[in-house]
Ligand binder design. Structure first.
Ligand code: DON
Length: 515
């Protein structure tokens, strides 16, 4: 709001908020991570996606997380500098500011620098994150000193200052990309990463580039869906599931039948994610086939009206706690109609946990989004194959799904954190918008999820009625209730009434505002 009031546009605001979140929510996203910024420019209707996804260091190899016997070493892709890919967020923010913003880079970064230098009162969510990650962060002295200033979890309300991070952000404000990817900061990060067992090089940082990619565009009964292309799997899985569902008359089906069909659509679309998807600069993907209505019709033919289709292999139920607090999403609409949907992350809570001393930057553990070994599930229980194998300078496959929806009634901007469950959340939100929902209902509706493997339907309390549960179990589904998950941020704009509604997921501490 401060940036918009100063004459900035939605893109400036997105840069400012992304940078500020690196300070106030470093467990979710940050300049040591990456993400996808989906943009809509109102003046000419241009849609684009700025891909600031991390890439693997040049020394990365497909088997780097396996021992001599070929077994995946648990934790190596999740903790410490070996789990960190080369960050993309700074390159993305500088790029968005330069090509789409109206204010200076220093102007867009000013609020973040202020929050880092002067500090802010620790909220209950941050407090909880620190309590849950104490053991992980204790291993890394720089991170420990910043976040546990008196050697213990600081209380709610404690004013947390991050002077090193403020200095890092100032370097970026002054020098742009070079402030982060070259010079003192780059050397500091590479030296620290290597000293602690990582494999980054100065060339990895110097060579990093954002990619501007054409968003995927699909259609569902006259509604246009604009979403993230690879290296996110989000748009493909979302559109494939919608294509499958578009052959049914969901509005007339019973509640139970509707849920059954949506779960089956998720199963098929997530299976193709595991089989085909990866970084488009490295793998050939049959995208036009996956998005073809005829392909969807073929898959639909395999869905029985009264039975769950068993996924081809059974895997153990993953132990899923609340997984919503380590990635972030923002949705922005300005008075000119410019839009941003951006999802960005350090992956798991506080990423790798590793902070190169003196930088204030928590590095990501995005390497875990690669397949450490075909068929072996990653931290989100997702499987894959060689399409998403590790390779030098390759981007790990993501599920982040920043999305715009457009129909004659108006438009919606949405997205959420949640690892592999991001796409099913956006799918349910998309169907809710199609059925007349607004931002408030999109972010609050109860969720359920199926990702092919494990062959289990996960659901939030309230997502299924007792009758649904009996009906679904009779069809052969294995159900597993989870604590509430997700942190969706949505905006809807009703063209007829002119009303803009913004809503932040009631499950978390985000805030939505319309002015
Ligand atoms: O890119 C991805 O799909 C993951 N790294 C996102 C991680 C995430 O959403 C964690 N939050 N719950």
């Amino acid at each position: 709001m401060e940036i918009l009031a100063k004459g900035g546009n939605a893109f400036d605001a997105a840069v400012a908020v992304s940078a500020a979140l690196a300070v106030v929510e470093p467990y979710s996203s940050g300049i040591g991570g990456g993400g996808f910024w989906l943009l809509h420019r109102a003046s000419d209707g241009y849609n684009t996606m700025v891909d600031g996804r991390e890439y693997a260091p040049a020394a990365a190899t497909p088997g780097m997380y396996q021992d001599k016997g070929g077994n995946v070493i648990p934790g190596d892709s999740l903790n410490g500098p070996l789990s960190a890919a080369i960050p993309g967020e700074v390159a993305a923010l500088v790029y968005i500011n330069k090509h789409y913003g109206r204010l200076s880079l220093a102007g867009d970064l000013a609020p973040a620098i202020r929050l880092a230098r002067d500090g802010f009162p620790l909220d209950r969510m941050f407090h909880g994150m620190l309590a849950s990650r104490e053991q992980k962060l204790k291993q890394w002295p720089a991170a420990w000193a910043v976040f546990y200033p008196h050697g213990r979890v600081p209380a709610t309300g404690f004013i947390l200052k991050q002077p090193d991070l403020a200095h890092t952000l100032e370097l970026i404000a002054q020098q742009g990309e070079a402030g982060f990817y070259q010079g003192w900061l780059a050397r500091q990060m590479v030296d620290a990463v290597r000293a602690a067992g990582g494999i980054w090089s100065l060339a990895d940082l110097r060579d990093y580039r954002v990619k501007e990619r054409q968003p995927l565009v699909g259609e569902y009964h006259g509604m246009r869906i604009i979403s993230a292309p690879p290296p996110s799997s989000g748009g493909i899985v979302l559109l494939e599931a919608l294509n499958i569902l578009s052959g049914y008359d969901l509005g007339h089906d019973s509640d139970l039948m509707r849920k059954h069909l949506i779960i089956e659509a998720m199963r098929y679309a997530y299976r193709d994610r595991a089989e085909y998807l990866g970084d488009p600069d490295f793998v050939k993907m049959p995208l036009s086939r996956l998005l073809s209505p005829y392909y969807a019709a073929g898959l639909r033919a395999g869905i029985l009206p009264d039975k769950a289709t068993p996924s081809s292999m059974l895997a153990p139920v993953m132990d899923s706690g609340p997984e919503s607090h380590h990635t972030t999403h923002i949705s922005i609409l300005d008075a000119d109609g410019n839009r941003v949907a951006a999802t960005f992350t350090v992956n798991f809570r506080f990423g790798s946990g590793f902070m190169p001393p003196g930088t204030g930057v928590i590095l990501n553990d995005e390497m875990d989004d690669f397949v450490s070994k075909p068929g072996v599930p990653n931290g989100f229980g997702l499987v894959g194959n060689s399409a998403n194998a590790i390779a030098p300078r390759k981007r790990p496959l993501s599920s982040m799904t920043p999305t715009f929806l457009e129909n004659p009634r108006g438009l919606a901007i949405l997205g959420t954190p949640g690892g592999g469950r991001i796409i099913s959340m956006v799918l349910l939100g998309t169907l809710d918008y199609f059925n007349g929902g607004d931002a408030a209902s999109i972010v609050s509706l109860p969720r359920y999820h199926m990702q092919y493997l494990p062959d289990v339907v996960f659901y939030e309390p309230g997502a299924f009625t007792p009758n649904d549960i009996i009906g679904l179990e009779k069809m052969g589904y294995r159900l597993h209730e989870l604590a509430p998950y997700g942190n969706m941020q949505a905006i809807t704009w009703d063209y007829k009434t002119g009303k803009v509604t913004a809503a932040s997921d009631p499950r978390d501490i985000g805030k939505a505002e319309v002015r």
